[in-house]
Design a protein around this ligand. Structure first.
Ligand code: PEP
Length: 249
């Protein structure tokens, strides 16, 4: 009932010359792949408009990596959700741990951005995840529950919201939690969502795992209960790796 989603996050990587990777991804999709998996590539804002044109007809959608909470106004250098939609995005990542750290974003900021994204017609991919110290001190579940309660719109719908569980210590490090830890966290996230989202929506909401997903570990992670896809950073930059992960669903 939940169609798996494989989403790439290019972070602050990618020039126009790298669009050939997106072209290669588009060429590598097939009707069979598209029928079982949704593909999304969250590119830097500078590549959004061109990427959206490049993926037409491939089944791949493009998204962004952050948005402002306001639709317009005096916010030099920021980009609003309606602007992203206008440039061809269908989704936006909010609350990625790199933004929570680099820009001191709090749960309330992430919630405001998620609301803005949904109001603009974008899917909000809301990121949560604990630090290494929080996991080692046995607080991972509590930390993520608090982030969910603070960052996910109350009464939200599964059609508008995707949750990405990304342990901070697993991002870009090559480290991953055990499969049992991922499964435990995802089950807990779904339980927590039952008291946040509208009635019946938690079971429909897609929960992605993110943090050092690569072709060699994708199949076992994606086979776990309550894992409905992946948010992929480094391995989404190359078409061969990203499509191998998509093929592992
Ligand atoms: C990410 O940035 O969302 C991510 C999961 O990165 P990586 O796959 O490189 O760990």
């Amino acid at each position: 009932m939940r169609k798996p989603l494989i989403a790439g996050n290019w972070k602050m990587n990618g020039l126009r010359a790298d669009l050939n990777e997106i072209v290669a991804m588009g060429k590598a999709t097939s009707p069979a792949l598209r029928s079982r998996t949704e593909l999304l590539l969250c590119v830097p804002a500078t590549l959004l408009f061109t990427s959206a044109a490049v993926v037409i007809g491939s089944g791949i959608r493009v998204g962004a990596q952050d948005c402002h909470a306001k639709a317009s106004g005096a916010h030099t250098g920021d980009i609003s959700a309606p602007m992203l939609f206008d440039a061809g995005a269908s989704a936006v990542i909010v609350g990625h741990s790199e933004r929570r750290t680099d820009h001191a974003e709090k749960d309330a900021d992430v919630l405001a951005k998620a609301d803005a994204a949904i109001a603009a017609g974008l899917t909000a991919i809301i990121c949560v995840g604990e630090t290494k110290a929080q996991r080692e001190s046995g607080k991972a579940l509590d930390v993520v529950r608090k982030q969910l309660r603070g960052s996910v719109p109350k009464g939200g719908l599964a059609a508008d919201i995707v949750i990405a569980y990304e342990p901070v210590w697993a991002i870009g490090t090559g480290l991953t939690p055990t499969n049992a830890d991922i499964a435990e966290m995802h089950a807990d996230i779904r339980r927590t969502l039952k008291s946040i989202l509208a009635k019946g929506e938690a079971d429909k909401c897609r929960l992605l795992y993110g943090g050092s997903v690569k072709p060699s570990n994708a199949a076992e992670i994606l086979a776990l209960e309550d894992v409905d896809g992946a948010l992929v950073g480094g391995a989404s930059l190359k078409a061969t790796d990203f499509m191998a992960i998509a093929g592992a669903v």
